[in-house]
Design a protein around this ligand. Sequence first.
Ligand SMILES: Nc1ncnc2c1ncn2[C@@H]1O[C@H](COP(=O)(O)OP(=O)(O)OP(=O)(O)O)[C@@H](O)[C@H]1O
Length: 451
Amino acid sequence: MDGNGTLLIAGETNELSPSLPSYLRGNGWIVDHAKSLKDAIDILKEKSHETGLILIDDGQDINVPDIEKCLEESSLSWMALIHPNLLDNASILQLLRKHCYAYHVLPGSDEQVECILRHACAMRRLHELQKKNDATLIDDYEMVGTTASMKQLFDTIRRVAAVDAPVFISGESGTGKELAAHAIHERSQRRDGPFIAVNCGALPSNLIQSELFGHEKGAFTGASQRKIGKVEAAQGGTLFLDEIGDLPLEMQVNLLRFLEDHQIQRIGSTKEIVVDVRILAATHVDLEKAVKEGRFREDLYHRLNVLQIFLPPLRERQEDIEVLARFFFDKFANEKACQVKGFSQEALRLMQCHSWPGNIRELINRVRRALVMCETRLIKPEDLGLERRQSSRCIMTLEQARDHAEYEALVSALGRNRYKIQNAARDLGVSRVTLYRLMEKHHIHREVAVV
Ligand SMILES: Nc1ncnc2c1ncn2[C@@H]1O[C@H](COP(=O)(O)OP(=O)(O)OP(=O)(O)O)[C@@H](O)[C@H]1O
């Protein structure tokens, strides 16, 4: 590790290793020392450290929730120094597993402790470096993307944000249409005005008129109050009309009229109100087809379709899958300290092969689920709910294809022979020793195998 690491020591060192802080300082560490957990939490709130050393002695009343609070306060790399008696304490062991990079049982020499701290600090720096590399790929509205199509999209967003014309955003469900609309608004001159989103598909047809344009008190049965519609609420800002393809034909006429004269009338009123909004519309259906089939007005289509943005499906953005997965992993893992450190190679490979019908929304859900399900340091395919079965759309090198075929042949022979090693080995034309070696290579568990 190059340079000095920053370290917070939490706990009283006097009886344990009185020389430790000065030893570490002497070796170039920048050390803060909090004698109590409460002081440690206060310091962590103010200052960031790369590494933490928490001392858990047996003599005191062990307060597990307080220790956990301290370990969760910051995402630094923790090492624990614990009294040997605590190795029987299930809650302490769970804390170590969940929050610490490493632990050492007392007594530990200053050299040993420093060696572990150096590793912890190096891992922390590696993690930060990777985050920084990924972060450079994140646009400033938290839209992640590395592929050429995403870079082009970010560029288009910047361009369309600079003008005030309507934008038509298309793309499959979950590809980020609403996020793109937000990004346009945030970069436009209207950023200080409201951003109002309306899901045209979710509105019952009898309420759409009032929802969009508002109504006066007593305009119809049940209209006990004046209601400002979404269009008026977006005054000075941006109105995002999601699922515009689901807007009933009669409402399409009203919307077209508004787009032409920028005036609305609340139901039950004859007063024209001028509303200055920018319209962004989105759909996941083929609107041109809807126009051809007479379900969508052609004049409205052309009004909305001045500028276009297309959000590509995730399966066509292979390089983005891993970057996005890591982005959401960091986002959710940081919400709570957890023992999961990343994705296994197999999980990453299967993510590349999956067709992602739900696009980024599906990826988010799978990563969240994996963080809950995962019981090891690395997320496995099953934690993500992805099958090990290979999808035909995955791009593989010859070596990967061979590897995969080998795995499939092993699993199928073992399954056919109910995990009887001798029989499976005979079917495969290999020795038992070779079969064992191959099972180990592919992480096929021997516990279920019968010799
Ligand atoms: N490039 C991206 N980087 C980071 N997060 C993204 C990106 N694109 C989409 N997301 C996230 O994915 C989720 C789905 O995005 P969004 O709601 O914008 O999709 P949509 O296309 O509008 O979906 P629908 O058609 O179902 O309304 C959101 O949580 C959004 O923040």
